[in-house]
Design a protein around this ligand. Structure first.
Ligand code: 13P
Length: 248
């Protein structure tokens, strides 16, 4: 049995008051039958850590530095995240790759740093619409995954993989369950070639997951949960999505 997980990526949203309302609602709700995590902006880590204390909901961040420490103005080290109770950190989100020029080697190095600090990296891969239309989806996500697997070797068994087609993020246009399943199956096969225990690797789908499409996505054999953007900011929606994941 693979782990099932739903993680919220708040992106650059939140305020002290809004966070409190959202996290209080999550903590007060019955625990779903899947792992639940929220990845919050850096300044809110201490607040979220305190509000989630003892709740069983994991805390995560949205990025970390590839470096251990040093003169890297504006960067945040994985070890610092660990000090604030993070168990997870997203690396290689397409918004970091696209807007901040992160390449596959940087993403792999960040995943390695996270693991070294005891964090689970949630490694994102995904193709653009143009790449999909040119039938390059598998080539693109395959190379993105290879970079991480090459660097990490057997340690890659400690990651969570997230497939997030760029064209489905924040657009309201989710991949169909069949499209997502096809890429997840491809990625699992690719991981198998790297001689890691691919059957145990949790793989999340992300991109316009909502309560009304979550169940069908999570019913796919290679989809083990979701990485949720917009819908993770609404407690009822996020909990409904978690319930859908927990029912599989
Ligand atoms: P949306 O759920 O808002 O499409 O965002 C997905 C995402 O980027 C999660 O990391």
């Amino acid at each position: 049995m693979r782990r099932t997980m739903v993680a919220g990526n708040w992106k650059m949203h939140g305020s002290l008051q809004a966070n409190r309302e959202l996290l209080d609602a999550l903590v007060a709700a019955p625990r779903p039958a899947c792992e639940l995590a929220v990845c919050v902006p850096f300044p809110y880590l201490a607040q979220a850590q305190a509000l989630l204390d003892g709740s069983g909901i994991a805390l995560g961040a949205q990025d970390c530095s590839m470096h251990e420490q040093g003169a890297y103005t504006g960067e945040v080290a994985a070890g610092m995240l660990r000090e604030f109770g993070c168990g997870h950190v997203i690396v290689g989100h397409s918004e970091r790759r696209g807007l901040h020029g992160e390449n596959d080697a940087v993403v792999a190095a960040k995943a390695q740093r996270a693991l070294a600090c005891g964090l689970t990296p949630i490694v994102c891969v995904g193709e653009t619409l143009e790449q999909r239309e040119q039938a390059q989806t598998e080539a693109v996500v395959g190379l993105q995954l290879d970079a991480v697997l090459h660097l990490l070797g057997a340690q890659a068994e400690g990651i969570v993989l997230a497939y997030e087609p760029v064209w489905a993020i924040g657009t309201g246009r989710s991949a169909s369950a069949a499209q997502a399943q096809q890429v997840h199956a491809f990625l699992r096969e690719r991981a198998r070639h790297h001689k890691i225990d691919a059957d145990a690797l949790p793989m999340l789908y992300g991109g316009s997951v909502k309560p009304d499409n979550a169940r069908e996505l999570f019913a796919q054999p290679d989809i083990d949960g979701g990485l949720i953007g917009g819908a993770s900011l609404k407690a009822a929606d996020f909990l409904a999505i978690a319930a859908a994941a927990g029912s599989h």
